[in-house]
Ligand binder design. Structure first.
Ligand code: SAM
Length: 295
């Protein structure tokens, strides 16, 4: 990672923040989330109940995705989840679209036999076959929610399925949840040209300590010059057309959160998730301190 050049300290700080928020997210009940009127109008709580047993996402990340989906209402294009596993994340996106009255397909891309072989030059954790699921079960789950028509399944490796999308296919929102360097880089290369201006690409597990997603995103940003918005959840995103001005380059990763108002937004997000238990609150404070230290 050259231009963005996260130092080991930077990486450790981001990873610590990630784990703090992950702990917070896992143990925070959904009844405490969905605090804004818009979230309630979207019916997020019911959506989360429907998908929770079949997703590895936590409710914070789910809510971030639902909000991004809603914000994309004026854009053309569909949605795609690359790395669907048991289908819960894709269903969440499709239910959020339906609930918001946004007519949009959600493509479900996965090989269903789990992760391919990690590339140990980039991926410090994960193993081949992890998160194996079943295409048939995912199909049944989506059909049970009335989503069979709106959720086409792309069964196979991203390298095989994504380049075969019709040339006119465009996306307003891309969720990359393939965990590994090569999977993320492959999906990004295939899909970014199809993202409409203003559309978001969300990277899950950006600072998960494994490093592959971060490396793939950083390489891409170095080439494209686009900004990376660090969210409060371990997700991050780029918005197509939103570029960095020099000399922001290294600081891009570290300062965006505060500079673009994500930190206050996170405080509000946390506030909407209250009451937090004492331990969770400490984790939140540690997370905010880590972010502040990264400024
Ligand atoms: C962490 S899971 C996805 C979790 C899911 N988004 C959810 O809501 O629970 C990662 C998934 O990515 C898939 N995957 C990773 N690399 C892939 C590739 N190159 N092609 C197809 N699928 C891939 C794996 O099969 C696995 O199901």
């Amino acid at each position: 990672m050259s231009v963005i050049a996260l130092t080991p300290d930077d990486f450790a700080r981001l990873a610590a923040a990630y784990h703090a928020t992950r702990k917070l997210s896992r143990s925070t009940g959904i009844e405490a989330i969905g605090g804004t009127a818009e979230d309630r109008a979207l019916g997020f709580s019911a959506i989360w109940d429907a998908v929770r047993p079949r997703t590895l996402l936590d409710p914070f990340r789910g809510l971030v995705l639902a909000r991004l989906l809603r914000r994309s209402a004026d854009l053309a294009g569909d949605v795609i989840e690359c790395g669907a596993a048991r289908g819960g994340g894709a269903a969440l996106l499709a239910l959020a679209a339906r609930s918001a009255g946004i007519g949009r397909r959600v493509f479900v891309a996965d090989r269903f036999d789990g992760l391919p072989e990690p590339d140990r030059r980039y991926d410090r954790s994960y193993r081949a076959g992890q998160f194996a699921s079943s295409r048939a079960e995912v199909g049944d789950f989506l059909a049970g929610l009335g989503l069979a028509e709106s959720c086409p399944i792309l069964d196979g490796d991203f390298a095989a399925t994504l380049p075969r999308l019709p040339p006119a296919q465009r996306f307003a929102l891309v969720h990359l949840d393939g965990d590994l360097y090569a999977s993320t880089a492959t999906a990004l290369a295939a899909l970014y040209p199809r993202v409409v201006p203003g559309g978001a690409v969300v990277f899950d597990d950006f600072y998960d300590g494994s490093g592959g997603v971060l490396a793939a995103a950083a390489e891409f940003l170095e080439r494209s010059g686009e900004l990376l918005f660090l969210g409060p959840t371990g997700q991050c995103r780029l918005v197509k057309g939103c570029r960095a001005s020099e000399p922001q380059r290294r600081d891009r990763l570290l300062a965006e959160t505060a500079a673009l108002g994500e930190l206050p937004a996170y405080r509000a997000f946390l506030a909407s998730c209250l009451p937090l238990a004492e331990g969770e609150h400490r984790a939140a404070v540690a997370y905010l301190a880590a972010l502040a230290g990264a400024e």
